[in-house]
Design a protein around this ligand. Structure first.
Ligand code: SF4
Length: 229
């Protein structure tokens, strides 16, 4: 594991849980609005060693409920399942944040009962996915779709979420994405955070009303749990 950061305590990254947050280094997507741009490059040097993270978590295990593993993209690290096994041996819950790029690993981790909660970013409706993800790679989209359907059928508590990116999204795109969800599933739409972004020259002239989109989604898809973050 190449670890890019550790947040010792969070009340917001794992729903209804007190958690530590481990940030992995490296991502193959290039979402222009990414607000952790320092975690995007694939590097070999860790900000903090895996052993030090595990030692810290072990010391905290009576004070936190679990660990949120986010990125970057955690599933790029072949040893992620082993890392999670070590965390679970401390009786801590594990939430995985993923962009969906590695369905094989997600499938194995679900089968091995390593994940207690999964949050997947759905960057755009499938037809326009690369307008946000910027991978230039058809396989990446196919992988994201596979992961999406795997999560839906996993039985693991989960959520899908989309960051609203007015430069690329239109209101109707969220109706399309929400249409992918099954009754009872959670869908969060997140307002874009301008400031520290991967693309330093984002077009900030366009706007979308996130609350209005959420209200329309709720009336159109009353069986999906829509919320704003
Ligand atoms: S926002 Fe996009 S570029 Fe940034 S870590 Fe997530 S998937 Fe990667």
């Amino acid at each position: 594991m190449v670890i890019g950061g550790l947040q010792k305590l969070s009340l917001i990254d794992y729903p209804a849980k007190v958690a530590a947050v481990v940030f992995t280094q490296g991502c193959l997507f290039r979402c222009p609005y990414c607000h952790n741009p320092e975690l995007v490059p694939l590097k070999q040097d860790s900000y903090i060693s895996e052993d030090d993270v595990l030692r810290f978590l072990n010391g905290q295990r009576n004070f936190i409920d679990g660990v949120c593993i986010t990125g970057g993209e955690p599933t790029l690290h072949h040893d992620l399942p082993d890392f999670i096994k070590k965390i679970k041996s401390m009786n801590l819950l594990v939430k995985l944040d993923t962009n969906g790029i590695n369905p094989n690993m997600v499938e194995k981790m679900i089968a091995a009962d390593l994940l207690d909660y999964i949050a997947m970013d759905v960057k755009h409706r499938w037809e326009k996915y690369d307008c946000v993800a910027h991978t230039g790679n058809e396989t990446a989209l196919e992988n994201c779709k596979k992961t999406f359907y795997l999560i839906q059928s996993s039985g693991v508590d989960h959520e899908f979420r989309t960051t609203v990116f007015p430069a690329e999204h239109a209101e109707e795109d969220f109706f399309t994405i929400a249409g992918y969800l099954l009754p009872g599933e959670k869908y969060y739409i997140q307002d874009i955070r301008y400031g520290k972004n991967l693309n330093k020259h984002l077009d900030k002239t366009k706007e979308l009303n996130v609350s209005k989109i959420a209200a329309t989604l709720r009336s159109k898809y009353p069986r999906v749990q829509v919320d704003v973050r």
